[in-house]
Design a protein around this ligand. Structure first.
Ligand code: H79
Length: 797
């Protein structure tokens, strides 16, 4: 994402309305003080900016009349039938008794969206008609209480959306035609019917706002949406101050949620971008049924559009846009830096209309081969729009989307200030296209016929950042300390506050010297106290604790012991290595508020896609995010590239928040696999995972964020000093400090790191560690003697 001056303005505006105060908000919810930094804003918006394409679902009671009431039809939108057919509340309510969507199938809906290439789903939790599509406890006018269906389809959809790796989001209407305090005051209109505007009885607004907040609290705490998409904000009784209060309220419940600009009064009509005369609430603009002529650098927006002419289902609306128009709209929007929120209006039976399904399949077919030119891209780099199509860009690449094929097969591409190294069709990467360069641009030889008549994508590889090209250079931002933020009170932890910049001690686990080898928490307390006294505040319980071999009962005990430590330390337990084991262990994790868990590297049958799916399910079950432990190149399946892609997806989706990189190299400065990883994920997510020996190289040459250490459990102060020296850029000092660790590290490499550390902690007099559990044996007496002298040297410092 390029950050231009506009971005800074937008960020400042957002920051200025983010919660500023600590304490109680107007409805009694506690939230921590948190003005948002630019980096935090970028982080919060990241998945949304990269997603580019989502599904809007308008589904509600209006699907029952489906655009016709007492024989009356209309050109107007289906979900507004309570307005245009002037239906009084008491009559409209009757649709509920007929609403029984037995054909609803969450898995099918999400599959349709996913196959179309959509990355998120926004569904109407409550539209203007006031009917809640989820089981609300503060209203009986909802699908569970007042329809024969008696099921909560939203719950099913939320779970399924997450299962299939998409983001789940809510639409919520501020305008409410059913709320008792609201009424219509318009000539020829029933006071309880729908209308463009409503009025509020005295005191009604305050009561309604309390109701809305209760519903939003239900929606956020029960379904954990990634976006709240407000609408119906144009009512006279709704003010920008109300919008800011609601924005604060929602972010207070879920700090990393994204909220559209219809929460307040900032939007400019159907054009939808936010006004700029003052600070308005909301994170993105919402053009409706239109695509802006131009995007604005640094301004986030999303065009929402229908496939026919209605949002809510109308059985006779057959004015469908062609697949070509829809695909080109997606490209057009991406080329201007926006997102495309494309609507479906399911029927009262619970089906997405067939013409929509067909069109989405066509979009999916195109996206499957061309998605790279849409996801994660930013706007066209060209000063003016291309005659023959559109363009999107990424660092090192420009994607040309050719709509109109040149008759002579030659395409002129205007210069945009960088030189083109290579050109090729996206579907034929291996074959370079010929081109001639001139001062004002290049001429490409495409050939006579389009490869895809809807849009053929040509990739231009440029010199700027095209590849890492050997050693990566140091981006400034990695030297800045990411400030820890107070934890949210939300049930699922969001880990924007996980700070990987530091030393992670990986301690052994003490056991009693008896038959049962029970975990000995008195001794384990001593180990933690020693590490803590040495200045290390981060702990990972994993390999050195032989967690591969703990019983489930022991794991439960361990978790109960670790939990109170989280009050003062960053404590990360590990689960796995197999899927089933991790899933069982997730049940213990989910009860507590760990910043994340680490998944141990798996040697059982696995592949990249399966792992990706499994990690999503584990994260979902554990209700927290993951650190992936990469021990060797095959941990992520046989296909290295696919494996790394999966990690990138998991990071993009906020499932994975860190990687413990522990692939051993003779020379850690040469590591194509690490290069492949860093080409896909920001290095700020990667910590060095094999102790002090490669840590300095990893921090100096690859700018990895922090490192894990076993030896640091014996010499925590030294590990901290090594980190501090590296952090300060004094690598000479860092290497000098490292030399003290080499003796111990050599023995760990020679005899097995975990078993050596186990004895080392006892030899250093830190605690009695007891026996090593079966599958691994302890050191011999001779080895212990040798280790003793090494430990004496190290601990003398
Ligand atoms: O949910 C779908 C529609 O039911 C809803 N928005 C989409 C996503 C919608 N609400 N209103 N309309 C569509 C059309 C109404 C537009 C207007 Fe106005 C309301 C014209 C004048 C008041 C908003 C405020 C646009 C201009 C000013």
């Amino acid at each position: 994402m390029k950050i231009g001056p506009f971005a800074i303005v937008v960020v400042l505006l957002v920051a200025s309305i983010a919660p500023q105060v600590t304490g109680q908000d107007s409805s009694g919810s506690k939230f921590a003080s948190q003005t948002e930094t630019q980096a935090e804003h970028v982080q919060r918006m990241r998945w949304w900016r990269e997603a580019r394409f989502g599904m809007f679902i308008h589904w509600g009671l209006y699907a029952v009349p489906a655009g016709e009431y007492k024989g009356q039809r209309s050109d107007r939108i289906g979900e507004w039938i309570m307005d245009w057919a002037n239906i009084p509340r008491s009559d409209y309510e009757k649709f509920a008794t007929e609403f029984n969507p037995v054909k609803f199938n969450a898995r099918e809906w999400v599959q349709i969206a996913k196959d179309a290439g959509m990355k998120y789903i926004v569904i109407t939790s409550k539209h203007h008609d006031g009917f809640s599509m989820y089981g609300s406890k503060v209203s009986n006018y909802d699908i569970v209480d007042s329809t024969p269906f008696h099921r909560d389809p939203i719950k099913e959809l939320a779970a399924e959306t997450r299962r299939q790796g998409l983001k789940f989001c809510f639409y919520y209407s501020i305008l409410d035609w059913h709320y008792p305090a609201a009424y219509v005051d318009a000539a020829g209109k029933d006071p309880s019917a729908g209308n463009r505007v409503t009025k509020m009885k005295p005191g009604g607004k305050e009561e309604y706002v309390r109701y809305m907040k209760e519903q939003l609290r239900e929606l956020i705490t029960s379904y954990d949406p990634a976006v709240l998409w407000f609408d119906g904000e144009w009512q006279d009784w709704w003010t920008e101050e109300d919008g800011q209060d609601l924005y604060r309220f929602v972010r207070g419940l879920k700090p990393n949620i994204i909220i559209n600009n219809r929460v307040g009064k900032g939007r400019q009509g159907m054009q939808g971008m936010s006004k700029t005369d003052r600070a308005y609430s909301g994170d993105f603009g919402t053009p409706e049924q239109q695509i802006p002529a131009n995007g604005l650098p640094g301004v986030d927006w999303e065009s929402c559009m229908t496939m026919n002419t209605t949002w809510g289902y109308k059985y006779y609306d057959d004015q469908w846009k062609s697949s070509e128009v829809i695909i080109r709209n997606l490209i057009d929007i991406a080329s201007k830096g926006g997102n495309y929120l494309l609507n479906v209006g399911p029927t009262a039976a619970g089906l997405i209309p067939a013409p929509s399904v067909e069109r989405l399949a066509a979009v999916g077919k195109w996206m499957k081969v061309n998605g790279e030119s849409i996801y994660g891209t930013t706007a066209s780099p060209f000063a003016t729009q291309l005659q023959y199509g559109r363009a999107t860009s990424k660092p090192g690449q420009v994607y040309l989307h050719i709509f109109n094929w040149p008759a002579d097969g030659k395409l002129t591409v205007p210069s945009w200030g960088v030189s083109v190294k290579r050109a090729y069709f996206l579907v034929d990467k291996g074959r370079a296209l010929d081109f001639q360069s001139a001062s004002d641009g290049i001429t490409l030889q495409l050939g006579q016929h389009p490869l895809d008549p809807i849009a053929t994508v040509v990739v231009l590889e440029t010199t700027v950042g095209a590849s890492l090209g050997g050693r990566p250079t140091l981006p400034r931002e990695h030297l800045d300390i990411e400030k820890g933020r107070p934890r949210s009170a939300a049930p699922t932890n969001n880990m924007t506050n996980l700070d990987l910049h530091g030393v992670f001690a990986v301690p052994p686990l003490a056991r009693r010297n008896d038959q049962a080898r029970a975990l000995d928490f008195e001794q384990n307390d001593k180990i933690v106290a020693f590490i803590e006294a040495g200045g290390i505040t981060r702990l990972i319980y994993g390999g050195n604790a032989f967690l591969y071999h703990v019983t489930l009962a022991e794991f439960g005990e361990l978790i109960d012991w670790l939990e109170p430590l989280t009050a003062r330390l960053c404590v990360i337990p590990s689960i796995g290595p197999s899927f089933g084991r991790a899933l069982d262990q997730a049940q213990f994790i989910k009860r507590h508020d760990f910043p994340c868990v680490m998944v141990l590297p798996c040697a059982d049958p696995r592949d990249a896609d399966g792992l990706e799916r499994g990690y999503r399910e584990i994260s979902d079950a554990a209700k927290t995010q993951l650190i992936i432990y990469l021990k060797d190149e095959t941990n992520l399946g046989a296909d290295h590239e696919r494996g790394l892609d999966s990690v990138a997806h998991l990071i993009e989706d906020g499932i994975c928040v860190g990687i413990k990189y522990a692939v051993v190299r003779n020379d850690p400065t040469i590591d194509p696999y690490l290069e492949g990883l860093l080409a896909r994920v920001d290095r700020k997510y990667v910590i060095s995972g094999i102790g002090e020996r490669p840590a300095v190289t990893h921090m100096r040459d690859w700018q990895l964020t922090g490192f894990t250490t076993g030896s640091g459990c014996v010499a925590p102060r030294l590990s901290q000093e090594l980190f501090a020296a590296s952090r300060a850029g004094d690598f000479e000092l860092a290497l000098q400090i490292r030399s003290n660790f080499i003796g111990l590290e050599d023995l760990r490499d020679a005899w097995g790191p975990a078993r050596v550390l186990h004895h080392a902690v006892e030899l250093a007099g830190i605690s009695e560690v007891g026996p090593i559990p079966p599958y691994v044996s302890g050191l011999s007496d001779d080895q212990i003697e040798e280790l003793k002298s090494v430990i004496e040297q190290l601990t003398r410092l």
